[in-house]
Design a protein around this ligand. Structure first.
Ligand SMILES: Nc1ncnc2c1ncn2[C@@H]1O[C@H](COP(=O)(O)OP(=O)(O)O)[C@@H](O)[C@H]1O
Ligand SMILES: [Mg+2]
Length: 215
């Protein structure tokens, strides 16, 4: 469903070029759950950002089913991102001036798709907090809202960058359970340091020397 083919990505640090990805290839089956492991600085966030179009490859290709993402214009990538993608961050990144329900509503509206905000908030156990602002919620609650927001428009692909990295064990487990209980058609790619997350995945991939190694 999501396919990386021979992707390279370099960054310049001053006058020094750092090769982060050096011919990274990987395939994610539709509806599968892949955990992406690797030490800090190995390129996990970079890989997710390339799939989300938040950054661009230097060479190689990324496909989502029949769509070559790496060939999309900025405008078309934005449309793809709004319609087909959910993104979850380590530090929640909810819209601070919007209520919980409005956070989901904005994503739904931008997607142009249908979805049920109340049903989604019930699923993550936060329907009674729908009128609250994010800063009134605990970290665990904010991340549950972020999961609801990533799923509300029924995207094809969900990318999560260390979604449990800032949560305690119990809240991390709750977020993991919510991700596992997504609809069967939703493909999930999670960058993580967590052994629990890796154990729950269908496929575990490691970034080693800029390449993707399936375990
Ligand atoms: N926008 C950027 N500009 C320069 N260097 C970057 C940028 N993004 C990431 N890097 C560098 O790329 C490497 C991989 O970063 P990252 O993908 O964030 O790793 P991880 O998520 O695995 O910790 C790091 O050395 C980081 O400093
Ligand atoms: Mg990272």
């Amino acid at each position: 469903m999501l396919r990386f083919e021979n992707v390279t990505k370099n960054y310049w640090e001053g006058s020094v070029e750092r090769q982060v990805l050096r011919g990274a290839s990987l395939e994610l089956a539709t509806g599968s759950f892949t955990a992406l492991l690797g030490r800090s600085g190995t390129g996990k966030s970079t890989l997710l950002n390339l799939a989300a179009g938040l950054d661009r490859v230097d060479s190689g290709q990324v496909f989502c089913d029949e769509i070559e993402l790496t060939a999309l214009s900025e405008r078309d990538f934005t449309l793809f991102r709004r319609r087909q993608l959910g993104f979850i961050f380590q530090f929640f990144h909810l819209f601070p001036t919007l209520t919980v329900a409005e956070n989901l509503g904005l994503v739904l509206e931008l997607s142009g798709r249908s979805g049920d905000i109340d049903e989604m908030l019930r699923r993550v156990g936060l329907w009674d907090r729908r009128q609250s602002y994010p800063d009134k919620l605990s970290g665990g609650e904010q991340q549950r809202v972020a999961v609801a927001r990533a799923l509300v428009h029924q995207p094809r692909l969900v990318l999560a960058d260390e979604p449990t990295g800032n949560l305690d064990q119990e809240n991390g487990q709750t977020v993991l359970d919510l991700l596992r209980n997504r609809d069967a058609s939703v493909t999930l790619l999670v960058a993580t340091h967590s052994q629990e997350v890796a154990s729950a995945a269908d496929q575990v991939v490691r970034i080693v020397d800029g390449q993707l190694v399936v375990q």
